[in-house]
Design a protein around this ligand. Structure first.
Ligand SMILES: Nc1ncnc2c1ncn2[C@@H]1O[C@H](COP(=O)(O)OP(=O)(O)OP(=O)(O)O)[C@@H](O)[C@H]1O
Length: 297
């Protein structure tokens, strides 16, 4: 299914503009929504998940009016919120069975089939009789996906699902999501660039309620060819370089500071062409390098 968001706006009572005329088209497959903390991602996710009202704009899931036909959307939606509580003393199987009942799966045999299937799909079958309170972060997130998948949703929204997972669990969770992306629309909100680089066929970057950039990750990277330059600087040189160049990122590498700058042509000063990636796209966009944006759009 395709999700079409047009001019979606939301200002909270305290005056914070969380969404400012956001327009995005999200096709089938995995779509990454990338942005720093406070960008408006959760506001957008909650609005799409019919849990929160916006002020203006429209959202359609194929021909369903998401803002109006909430029940129809909920039947097609699986949602994994950023924070969700679990009853610590209940086992994974008991909890999922309970959720399945709430979803209307009243036939015991059929429910068992669905619940066991989801526990297998999320690699939790072996631990199904363990209490949720003892689950690791990764197990919790996979359990969150299992409950989101009840009812065979066509649109799956996951809000920052890999924050706090160790690398092994992250890979496991990525595999699970990418399987889902084969035939469903999966919207992944994250501030972790590599989640999007690894998984998503399409992406957008949002900040302060605005969509800054949208496209296919590789094309957005290619649009920066020849425009990202790198060099090491010492700590006391950093401020001068930041003053003289459009520094988009600084990172410590084996104790030295590597800086990446945006420049249309060789900036001199000892810079060499950088091997750039999606992080450069992200940082260049957030830093407001408008030349980069114009090219990549
Ligand atoms: N209920 C609320 N009332 C007032 N302001 C809010 C409310 N919820 C969010 N905000 C503000 O709206 C802005 C967008 O918040 P939102 O949670 O949507 O961003 P986010 O990109 O999901 O960030 P994070 O990654 O930190 O969750 C932030 O400035 C936030 O402080």
């Amino acid at each position: 299914m395709e999700l079409r968001i047009r001019n979606l706006s939301k200002t909270y009572a305290n005056g914070v503009v969380a969404l400012d005329k956001v327009s995005l088209t999200i096709p089938k497959g995995m779509f990454g929504l990338l942005g720093p903390n406070g960008a408006g991602k959760s506001t957008l996710m909650r609005t799409l998940a019919t849990l929160q009202e916006c002020d203006s704009g429209s959202v359609f899931l194929d021909d369903i009016d998401v803002l109006d036909e909430k029940d129809a959307v909920r039947r097609l939606l699986g949602y994994l919120p950023q924070d969700f509580g679990l009853y610590p003393k209940v086992t994974a199987h008991e909890m999922l069975d309970h959720f399945a009942m709430l979803k209307g799966l009243s036939h015991k045999g059929r429910r068992r089939e669905v619940v066991d299937g989801l526990l297998q799909q999320t690699n939790l079958f072996e631990v199904r009789n363990q209490r949720l309170g003892g689950f690791s972060g990764g197990m919790r997130q996979r359990f969150g996906i299992a409950q989101a998948l009840l009812g065979d949703p066509q649109l799956i929204i996951v809000d920052e699902p890999t924050a706090g997972l160790d690398p092994q669990e992250r890979v496991r969770f990525h595999n699970l999501l990418s399987d889902l992306g084969q035939d469903k629309t999966v919207l992944l909100s994250t501030h972790i660039v590599s989640d999007v680089a690894d998984l998503c066929a399409n992406m957008a970057i949002i900040n302060k309620g605005n969509v800054l950039l949208c496209g296919e990750p590789q094309k957005l990277i290619d649009a920066l060819d020849g425009k990202i330059w790198a060099r090491f600087v010492s700590k006391h040189e950093l401020a001068a370089f930041q003053h003289a160049h459009a520094v988009i990122s600084t990172r410590l590498l084996t104790g030295r500071t590597l800086i990446h700058v945006y420049a249309e042509r060789d900036p001199g000063d000892g810079f060499a062409p950088a091997r750039h990636d999606l992080e450069d796209v992200y940082f260049a966009t957030i830093a407001g390098r408008h030349q980069a944006l114009a090219l990549a759009r």
